[in-house]
Ligand binder design. Structure first.
Ligand code: ZN
Length: 149
């Protein structure tokens, strides 16, 4: 039997769907919905942002297309002076926040030495490999760890 996903409206097999409050979802759609809800909560309740519901929703969608949602939440946890939803783009584009986030993220990963590699960059980066979530290659210019070719 097929059901319709409550987020994207695409049909899927009932046994593959996630059911919540009587509605069916793709696992990924449900996850995305929760992420959006969470970001919306932080913006409106915690940060007391001004902006209409549609504006906030639109901005969340726009930024989720461009940034990792964890990065968005990371930036929102900073002591930033955000009065209006349109200001968010300014903070998300902040190079220092991006660098800080990459360092923060890289500290949470265990990496095998043979998977490390130096890439010419002043910004610490993480390259993903085999679609694994956080990637396995951490690239720091400063770490001085080099893969033996
Ligand atoms: Zn869906």
């Amino acid at each position: 039997m097929q059901v319709k996903c409550n987020v994207c409206s695409i049909k899927l097999e009932k046994n593959e769907a996630v059911k919540f409050k009587g509605k069916y979802f793709h696992k990924e759609c449900r996850r995305l919905k929760r992420i959006k809800k969470h970001i919306n909560y932080v913006l409106t309740v915690k940060k007391n942002i001004k902006g209409s519901f549609a504006q906030i929703k639109g901005k969340i969608n726009e930024h989720l297309g461009k940034h990792d949602y964890k990065y968005i939440l990371f930036v929102l946890r900073k002591n930033i002076n955000l009065n209006h939803i349109h200001g968010l783009v300014y903070f998300l584009d902040n190079e220092n926040f991006k660098k800080e986030y990459n360092i923060y993220k890289s500290k949470k990963i265990k990496v095998k030495k043979e998977d490390m590699k130096i890439i010419e960059s002043y910004i610490p980066q993480i390259k993903t490999k085999d679609n694994r979530k956080w990637g396995e290659i951490i690239c720091y210019r400063s770490t001085q760890i080099q893969k033996q070719e």
